[in-house]
Design a protein around this ligand. Structure first.
Ligand code: COA
Length: 230
């Protein structure tokens, strides 16, 4: 089992991670440029949004950026300052931000989920037949991990790294993920409609996963040399 303490354990040292675990107290203010997207949201959503963005500001400060708003893009993507890439996640009692300089990598994606099986009937939308067979084998060998949830999380992390590069949607069926259980890794092979992956030189996205208490954490990095990998 891959027990970890933080997203830091899943990402290269060029990536700065700030995370807040547990009940959200002393919730920071949302910046005016960010406010519109959560002004009407329920209090929990507002608290997670504000906390996660504060995590991002603190992580960016470690890269040398002054505190700044992180606006919400037209497709919900976070607006990173020039020269930075990053990713946000909140849920399962965890708010986290991972950022890096654009010179270090093309993109980052992180996701957190409870280590709990997906609701019935969800898996067929998330995984193809080959992926479902692999999940069944993994479940037989290591029943304490909700492998279907891990696959889902890996695909969400992949999407969060994919979108900022391509600006295009990626359906769950347009990426086939293979989980390497012993090494705590996974690899998503991309096959989007329209073959956008060729245009952007991203054939696959690799990542790492771990179990942090009752949570599954996934993280991916798209390196600059991805165009050369097949
Ligand atoms: C975008 C998505 C991945 C976000 O996941 P989520 O379950 O809402 O939960 P998380 O808390 O982990 O992530 C939320 C954060 O993702 C980030 N995010 C949302 N849309 C994004 C996008 N288009 N690009 C990059 N990051 C995005 C945001 O920062 C968001 O936080 P915020 O709304 O507070 O700013 C999910 O809602 C979704 O649309 N999934 C379908 C696409 C997909 O995953 N395809 C799989 C391809 S293999």
């Amino acid at each position: 089992m891959r027990e970890i303490e933080s997203f830091t354990d899943l990402l290269p040292c060029s990536t700065e991670v700030v995370q807040v675990l547990g009940e959200l107290r002393d919730v920071p203010h949302v910046w005016p440029e960010e406010d519109a997207s959560v002004a009407c949201a329920v209090p929990r959503r507002q608290a997670e949004f504000a906390t996660t963005r504060e995590c991002a500001r603190r992580a960016l400060e470690r890269l040398g950026y002054l505190p700044r708003a992180i606006p919400v893009g037209a497709h919900r993507e976070p607006g990173w300052p020039p020269g930075a890439v990053g990713s946000l996640t909140h849920g399962a009692g965890l708010c986290a931000a991972a950022v890096a300089l654009k010179s270090a990598c093309r993109s980052v994606g992180i996701d957190v989920e409870y280590n709990k099986a997906l609701p019935a009937d969800t898996l067929e939308f998330v995984a193809g037949a080959a992926e479902r067979s692999a999940l069944a084998l993994l479940g037989a060998s290591e029943p304490l991990i909700a492998w279907d949830r891990l696959l889902f999380s890996a695909k969400e992390a992949i999407f969060k790294a994919w979108f900022p590069i391509t600006g295009t949607w990626l359906d769950f069926t347009e990426c086939t993920v293979r989980i390497d259980a012993p090494r705590g890794r996974f690899r998503g092979v991309l096959h989007p409609e329209g073959d956008t992956h060729w245009e952007f030189g991203i054939m696959s996205i690799e990542g790492r996963w771990g179990l942090m208490g009752s949570r599954l954490l996934t993280a991916v990095v798209v390196p600059h040399d991805e165009a050369h990998r097949r």
